[in-house]
Design a protein around this ligand. Structure first.
Ligand SMILES: [Cu+2]
Length: 68
């Protein structure tokens, strides 16, 4: 995932792992599942900010999406 994205940008997420993962944010309103070795796309939030996300399958997998 890029360090920051423009508001409303389309983001492509690649999963190079052998397990499915998600990019899930409660406050950002996104929740995308990415299949093993697969890609998925999502729209960035339209409001600038830092959006924490987690993998809903693996609670220890976290990150932050910066929209600016
Ligand atoms: Cu995961």
């Amino acid at each position: 995932m890029p360090a920051s994205v423009a508001p409303g940008a389309t983001i492509t997420i690649k999963n190079s792992d052998s397990q499915a993962h998600t990019v899930t944010s409660k406050e950002g309103g996104f929740d995308v599942k990415v299949d093993p070795q697969g890609t998925a796309t999502m729209k960035a939030p339209t409001k600038p900010g830092s959006y924490k996300f987690v993998c809903s399958f693996h609670a220890n997998m976290t990150g932050t999406l910066v929209v600016k």
